[in-house]
Design a protein around this ligand. Sequence first.
Ligand code: SAM
Length: 287
Amino acid sequence: MLSYQHAYHAGNFADVHKHLTLFAVIGFLLRKASPITYIDTHAGRGLYPLSSEESLKLQEHRQGVQRLWQEKQALAAEPLIGDWLSQLAEAQLGASRQGMPTLDSYPGSPWWLTRQLRGVDRMILFELHPGEHEHLALQRLPKNAQRIHGDGLKGLLQRLPVSTPRLCVLIDPSYERKSEYAEVAETVLSAMRKARHGVMLVWYPLLPAGRHSELLERLRSGGLRKIWRSELTLREPDSEARGMYGSGVLVVNPPWGLEAQLEPAMTRIEPLLGPDTRHRGEWWVAE
Ligand code: SAM
């Protein structure tokens, strides 16, 4: 049964980590003219008003995107982060009425992908939860984007290989079921066999139970050519606090130069997200 709703968490530190990484990857891909198919296997609602009942309940954005937003003038000239914040300003519903928009909405992965979509590109969004898909259906999409109410992992494999020369996939499950870690790993390995040059981003939570290690071990031994692993932690895993202590993103076949752009950006946001926040980046390269 699906019960996870991203609206309770939208804009938290993990979203900042994931969407900043996604934004950087897309920026690199757009340096070439050849068409790209983007596939978002777990799309969510697309846009999250921060005044919604769900958002107000946990207010996780206050420890996430809000920390960067408050510093947006100081961050405006920062490579990557400055551009990311100006894009974010365009998602604000009150933006056209006020000179300095207040942070009233946080956009999800479909929005970040749609912003960058060119006429030659394609985009497919999957969302399985009926209620979440209903929200997603309210988002206006360009003609070359398609939304599908269905399973994103199965749907991804069914659609590979794609007709465009390049592919960029975001796999961002809710990991409600323990088996999802293994399912994601097997899907990535099968997908990479069908689309060897695809760029694939896989998000995972860092939780005290440590179930993400199953995903990492399977992918590490799966013969993939090159993976960049990025983890942003708010505290050490052995601390008493429960819940997610960090956020992880794997980038399979990362664009050249990604690490050099993301490492300083993550280091810049560390102190804004908390005194013990640390970013660690690591390469896995097949022998
Ligand atoms: N990617 C979104 C973003 O960055 O804004 C957030 C996605 S949220 C973490 C995970 C979403 O996946 C939820 O909306 C959930 O309903 C949906 N979901 C769960 N299992 C799914 C599946 N097998 N296929 C597609 N969507 C699924």
